[in-house]
Design a binder for this molecule. Structure first.
Ligand code: FES
Length: 110
């Protein structure tokens, strides 16, 4: 089986934009993967969709992502800065859905 390369663009918390190439890994979540790529990631809940530290805005490619589950939506509601294109990176799989996506990490809410 060939692993597919995913290309996405990330704007970090300092506003720096960078293209990333990731190997498709359905068992991995984007929050952990970005952390492994040296993105600053507090992730208090450890990826359980509870803390919203991994909040990001999907600036391009939102429609190609799987719909958020209830836990993710409930946690996003706790973010005063949440928007229609908000997602939790820990709930996004490192799959080809992410190919071509532009996302922006937001500052922590508190
Ligand atoms: S790491 Fe806590 S919600 Fe994603």
């Amino acid at each position: 089986m060939h692993s597919k390369m995913i290309e996405l663009t990330v704007i970090d918390r300092q506003g720096q934009e960078k293209a990333l190439q990731l190997v498709e890994a359905e068992e991995a979540n984007l929050m952990e993967t970005l952390k492994n790529h040296d993105y600053e990631m507090r992730a208090t809940c450890g990826g359980l969709a509870l803390c919203a530290d991994c909040h990001c805005l999907i600036l391009k490619g939102q429609d190609q992502l799987a719909e958020p589950q209830d836990e993710e939506l409930m946690t996003l509601e706790t973010r005063p800065d949440a928007q229609d294109n908000s997602r939790l990176a820990c709930q996004l799989k490192v799959s080809s859905d992410l190919h071509g996506v532009l996302l922006q990490l937001t500052n922590y809410a508190n």
